[in-house]
Design a protein around this ligand. Structure first.
Ligand code: ADP
Length: 267
């Protein structure tokens, strides 16, 4: 089975060919944790530069099946960042106000401004996932959305928003384990919802919807990172490294001072 991958335009993937238990070559949890610490330090410094440089925003989209680890990833990977320059937005069932607009309205409003890292916990992809699986709109309407989403993401990327999309890939067996833990572990009871059991019955439909969303919305400007996520430590490492690498690739720099500092004397 293949390892963690970044999708490429014109190359369709099948989720069942990708191993959710892959360790991405990290070997052991201890090794992964050491590498994560290094990458978190890189991220911390790059975030400062992103803010000072003020040309780009970084938009991180996180999608996963229920129990896939969105919250844990955000907690671990964003832990070292300066909260002032990092905004997390969680997208839930649209509110009555949001329903009065097109589906991208609430998304566009939450896109981070230049200098800021924005993290989407769920995203516009729900509008081709849960909406498709539960038939909340007609097929014609959700099918059209792939193209609309690609155009939307193209507009963002041409206007200084760097997009990183992560699909946290867990197996059905791993989901069962995590749901059971929510019942057995008192500190996790609050996370349990009967709706998760009903959604689990739709595992196949969701995987199909994810596969289409990933394949249809793989573009040169916003491909998907398929992250093996049965191992939480491998997952966190892959996400942190991809973020740091992307920021590094931007060749961020501190702007030149607006005055000749050699002439300034502080008395
Ligand atoms: P999470 O599972 O992300 O931790 P919640 O338990 O509050 O958070 O679940 C959010 C719910 O909102 C999910 O069931 C998700 O499918 C749903 N949701 C998000 N976006 C939409 C949308 N556009 N249309 C319908 N449902 C949505």
């Amino acid at each position: 089975m293949k390892k963690s991958i970044v999708t490429r335009e014109g190359h369709r993937i099948r989720l069942r060919d990708l191993d959710p238990g892959d360790d991405a070559g990290l070997g052991t949890k201890a090794k992964a944790q050491a590498r994560l610490a290094e990458d978190l330090e890189r991220l911390r410094q790059l975030q400062l530069l992103l803010y000072a440089d003020n040309r780009y925003a970084l938009l991180v989209v996180i999608q996963a099946m229920d129990t896939g680890g969105k919250d844990g990833t955000i907690r671990h990977v964003m832990s070292g960042l300066n909260p002032v320059g990092c905004v997390v937005t969680s997208f839930k069932v649209p509110t009555p106000d949001e329903r009065q607009h097109d589906y991208l309205w609430r998304i566009h409003r939450a896109v981070p401004p230049r200098g800021v890292i924005g993290v989407f916990n769920r995203s516009h992809y729900e509008d081709v996932l849960v909406v498709r699986v539960h038939k909340l709109v007609k097929e014609k309407a959700w099918e059209r959305r792939y193209r609309e989403i690609n155009e939307f993401e193209r507009t963002l990327s041409q206007n200084g928003v760097e997009i990183l999309k992560f699909y946290l890939h867990i197996s059905k067996a791993e989901q069962a384990k995590r749901l059971r833990a929510r019942i057995e572990d008192k500190s996790k009871n609050w996370k349990f919802s009967e709706a998760d059991i009903a959604e689990r019955r739709l595992w196949g439909e969701y995987q199909e919807a994810y596969e289409d969303a990933i394949n249809e919305c793989t573009t040169s400007w916003a491909p998907w990172h398929i992250v093996p996520a049965n191992n939480k430590w491998a997952r966190d490492c892959i996400v942190a490294r991809a973020m740091a690498d992307r920021l590094e690739s931007l060749k961020l720099r501190y702007p030149k001072p607006s005055v000749d500092l050699s002439k300034i004397v502080i008395r």
